[in-house]
Design a protein around this ligand. Structure first.
Ligand code: GLA
Length: 438
């Protein structure tokens, strides 16, 4: 367990270099207002929940004081409906003066003072999805500069009220404009979500060059159905999506619902596990002021976070879809480690699934495993050892697996079997094996 924890701690400190703006070498983590608080602008009747500076300072306090920040949840992101309906007399966006009386620069200082980063939302079109002023092409530079002047650290650029030609010009233009400000600003592009998420309309090579993350698919809603729809789409299209991800460039299946109303605790663990397998950005959209201890424990699970944040940045894949409704997912991690998720789509009772690491494509050897959600170390496993996992309905069992210490020192490198996963994983997957760092 100690080694496992240490490896995961090391995985938190990845170097920020290369790829364009050098940001987000591991998937960004934080909090995003949209799914939970939407476009509630009724501060008179609903002061606690409306989109206002109070909401963001409240959440910033929680992130900073309740152990979130230390785990990596550092972004606090404003979404739609923050701005005034009119630009100012110099053509710049401005916050709604009633709901953000002290303006965004003050909010930004508040956030930075607490060791956090501030994200904001815009739209490459005439209007945002909520009907607020959009960023037309002639306003791209102005808005990039305004955000930089305000101390913004991340921009989500939506694509309502525009068309494909406009987006083709606008998304790369904003990327350049953000870089030109000289301020490092993480860039989230909704572009692919507006173009069906798949080639030939979507060019993932180009997206990797201009955006740090991108929404590929539909908006998440507060229900298990919505999570399943997203999971289905992402893994059905894994041959296209999985190679697109890597350090600094991430597929974004949308926010975490954990702590809201729609998911059971088992379903919440499933979302956390599958988002970790997908190397997805971890943006919670919940109320951190009232979150239950059960939801908090899932979101603050260090091993699940460590897997999500693995510095190699290889997105995982679905390996197996059993007729029984059990599915197996795998993500290769640094230092010969890997994450396995057993997921049940059943609706009856916990299912006892029997397999072995060999069956799942692991090479011969002895492995150690850590059961992520009960936070328990498991007995050593040989690749040939048959084991049973009991998977709850709409739940997961997630394991962090690594070659046993006395095995890797003298023996064969713990590569993954080419046959099962090798050619399908992109370039990082079969890099030379490196021993665990102790
Ligand atoms: C779109 C986006 C959502 C959210 C809303 C805001 O639907 O996909 O994530 O930003 O707009 O209006």
């Amino acid at each position: 367990m100690q080694r496992c924890a240490l490896t995961l701690v090391l995985a938190f400190s990845s170097a920020a270099l290369a790829l364009d703006n050098g940001l987000m070498r591991t998937p960004p983590m934080g909090w995003l207002a949209w799914e939970r608080f939407r476009c509630d602008i009724d501060c008179q009747n609903d002061p606690q929940n409306c989109i206002s500076e109070t909401l963001f300072t409240d959440m910033a306090d929680r992130l900073a004081e309740d152990g979130w920040r230390e785990l990596g949840y550092v972004y606090i992101n404003i979404d739609d409906c923050w701005s005034s309906k009119e630009r100012d007399n110099q053509g710049r966006l401005q916050a709604d003066p009633k709901r953000f009386p002290r303006g965004i620069p003050r909010l930004s200082r508040y956030i930075h003072d607490r060791g956090l980063k501030l994200g904001i939302y815009g739209d490459i079109g005439t209007h945002t999805c909520g009907g607020y002023p959009g960023t037309t092409l002639d306003k791209v530079q102005t808005d990039a500069q305004t955000f930089a002047d305000w101390g913004i650290d991340m921009l989500k650029l939506d694509g309502c009220y525009s068309n494909s030609t406009y987006q083709e010009l606008g998304y790369p233009m904003m990327s350049k404009a953000l870089n030109a400000t000289g301020r490092p600003i993480g860039y989230s592009c909704s572009w692919p979500a507006y173009q069906g998420g798949l080639p030939p309309k979507v060019n993932y090579t180009q997206l990797g060059q201009i955006c740090n993350l991108w929404r590929n698919y539909a908006d998440i809603q507060d229900s298990w159905d919505s999570v399943l729809g997203i999971v289905d789409w992402f893994f059905e299209n894994q041959d296209v999506l999985q190679p697109a991800a890597g350090p600094g460039q991430w597929n974004d299946p949308d926010m975490l619902l954990i702590g809201d109303f729609g998911l059971s605790l088992d379903q919440s663990r499933a979302q956390m596990a599958l988002w970790a397998i997908m190397a997805a950005p971890l943006f919670m959209s919940n109320d951190l002021r009232t979150i239950s201890s059960g939801a908090r424990a899932i979101l603050q699970n260090k091993v699940a976070i460590g897997i999500n944040q693995d510095q190699r940045g290889v997105q995982g894949r679905r390996l197996i879809k059993e007729k029984s409704g059990i599915e197996v997912y795998l993500r290769p991690l640094s230092n010969g480690a890997s994450a396995l998720v057993f997921f049940s789509r059943r609706t009856d009772m916990p299912y006892r699934y029997m397999t072995s690491l060999k069956t799942l494509g692991y090479t011969a050897g002895v492995y150690e495993a850590f059961d992520v959600f009960p936070e328990k170390r498991l007995p050593e496993l040989k690749d040939t050892t048959e084991f049973v996992v009991s998977v709850n309905p709409s739940g997961v069992v997630m394991w962090y697996i690594y070659p046993a210490a006395d095995w890797w020192k003298g023996a064969e490198p713990g590569r993954f079997s080419e046959k099962l996963i090798g050619p399908k994983f992109h370039r990082y997957a079969n890099e030379a094996y490196a021993p665990l760092v102790l």
